[in-house]
Structure formats: C-alpha cells, structure tokens
Design a binder for this molecule. Sequence first.
Ligand SMILES: *Cc1c(COP(=O)(O)O)cnc(C)c1O
Length: 383
Amino acid sequence: MTKMKPYLKRAWAEVSLSQLGRNVKIIKELNSQTTGIMAVVKADAYGHGDEQVCKYLYNECGIGYFAVSNLDEAVAVRQYCPESEIFILGYTPPEYAHEIAEYNIIQGVISTEYAVRLAENTPVPMRCHVKLDTGMGRIGLKHDTPEECADEIENIMKIKNLIVEGIYTHFAVADSDTHDNIAYTDRQEKFICDTYKILENRNIKFEHLHFMNSAGTCYRNNPASTLARVGIVMYGLHPDINLEIPEGIEPVMTVKAVISHVKTVEKGDCISYGRTFTAERTMKIATVTVGYADGYSRLLSSKGEILVHGKRCKITGRVCMDQLMIDVSDVEAQAGDIVTLIGKEGDDCITADELATLYGTIGYEVVCGISKRVPRIYTGGND
Ligand SMILES: *Cc1c(COP(=O)(O)O)cnc(C)c1O
C-alpha cells in the first residue's frame, strides 16, 4: 500500500486493483469470444482514478480499448496507455477535430451536421464510430427504419477525412427486468443489428458494432457486439440495485476516515447544525473526519451508517462540510480509530449502492462524487 503521511490520514479511498482484475476476469467470461471489452473510464474511472485504472487494465488485464467522455480525458488516457484505442462517447467541439486525429482517438459521431463540422476542422483523416439513437433520446442519428439509418451512414462515409469504423447505440433500460422494458431493449438492439446487416448487404462491413453497457453485458449479452462498453460492473457496483450481478464481482473502492473525538452527551444535548438531533438519553458520540466536501452527501444526515470496528453506527444530525458525528454508544471507539464509510469491515459491508438508495440516487453518483480531496490509495497491484 502506498504510504500516506499521517496528516493525510483523514479521509481516503482504497482502490483494490486486484479486485478490479477479478471483476474483469468474470466479465470476460460472460462475453462471447467475439466480444471484446471497451473499458469505460470516463469521470476519472468513475472516481477510482483513471491513470492507475487504465494502466492496470492495459498491463495486467489485457484490455486495450478505453471509452471516455471528452477530449481531455482521452488525451490523458493516451499518455497512460500510448498504444491503446481510445473512444470518445460524448461531444467534442468540432474545432478540436485535428487534436482527435493527432492523438489517434476515435470520436463518436452524433449527426451528419456534426460529422461535416468535424471534417472541416481536421487536415488529416479522423477515425469515428457513428451513434444511432434507437431509444435513449440523447444523441445520435434517429430514423424510423434501419434502411433510412443505413442511408445516412453511407452519406457520412462519403465525407472526406472521416474514417467510419463502426456504429453503436446506447440502451436506456437494459438494467430493468420488466416485460415492457425488456421488449424496449429488444427493439433497440434489433434496430442497430438490422442497420449493421443492411450495410453488410451493401458490402459495407464495419470493424465495430457495439451496444452493450454493463447491464447489457450481464443480462443480455449478444455475440453480434464486437465490443461491450463496460463501466459500473467493472467497478463492482450494480447497474440497478434490484438486479443481481454475477457472483464474485465486488466493489473496488473502499472509503475510510478516522475518529477525531469521542464524548459523552446527556439527554437534551443537541448535535450538529440546525439542532436536528437531540439526545434522548446519555450517549457516546464520535466525530468522524469526513463530510460533504469529501463527497459524503449531506443528504445522509441522520440516515447514513458508518462501520466502527465492524458495527454499524448511525449518523447523528447533519453531515458538515468536513466532519460528521455518529452514535458510538454501543461500540468501543476512541480518537484515532479508523472507520469505514463504504466497504467491508468484519462481517458487515456498506456499499455505495446501499448509500445511494438511502438518498435517492445510484451507486454511480456516489463513487463519481468522492471528491478530489480524498486521496486514492491503490492496493493489490501486483496480485
Ligand atoms: C457511461 C456509458 C457506458 C457505461 O455504462 P455502465 O452502465 O457504467 O456500464 C456505456 N456507454 C455509454 C454511451 C456511456 O455513456
């Protein structure tokens, strides 16, 4: 484990690279031989740290394809993994097309107009995959029939300095098992696969066709897909809390902090801002060195629990910017003790997914939200 200066031992995240590796191994087994992994490392690898994650995936897991949200992220990944393929899922202002080309990055193309503008801004050929909007309603070519879609793709292919290497789409509800939603995803999948086939019949065969996200990979993987764009499940979290993920996939990130202060309060004493918590009896209260500026949401005030020596202790009153208080009446706790906000301790475990449910969001937002102030400590890199 990387050594931390003692004064930094306030709030930190441990990122288990060996667990990341185990998750990837399981995901690879889900996929057919014809489907590779495009590791989604946008948003600083969902808050896990894109440099370490990319290097580990590339060097130790044999993953050579990365997806990011923008050009800055793409250029960073180019530095970490000079030989990798890098795909930008989202929007790059067309004025930067020459940089996309210069760094040998692949851009998602979301409309003919956008394709034209990109091409105008690069003197050399730029690689791209064309995005189809088959039901997400976000970006991409939108048509009633795959034939019309194929026609537009053919026109995009005629644009000088654009090299179209694939087509892709994005599922809106692959993380749902209701009959209606499964049918919806079936239609999205059929639309893009039909478009691909129509182009094939016109003697246009793209190297890549991709539509699976984590949920697609776990619940409906399809050998027609040349790449699976896997994000959340690689980090060990659920695309949807209500659906199981394959056994052995575990969270990669653990978040810890320390107890700075322990005191006894009497019945009637108030804890934290707003006096939202009043002790109803004599209690032992510990102050923990983490707050909403670290990404531990204020919405967890009086709701969240923290593991202290393997036991759950409830937050008393409001989460502050840098600190919060918990009820440690039933555990041995003293200043300097390490506590777990997200992760395993003893037999118990608090997951990002569990915290997310407490305040009406998803695990994705919890891990992405662990702020820059929280140092990432990497473990298990050489397992
Ligand atoms: C973020 C993203 C993904 C990854 O989704 P997960 O649910 O995290 O697997 C895949 N494709 C696109 C287009 C995305 O924006």
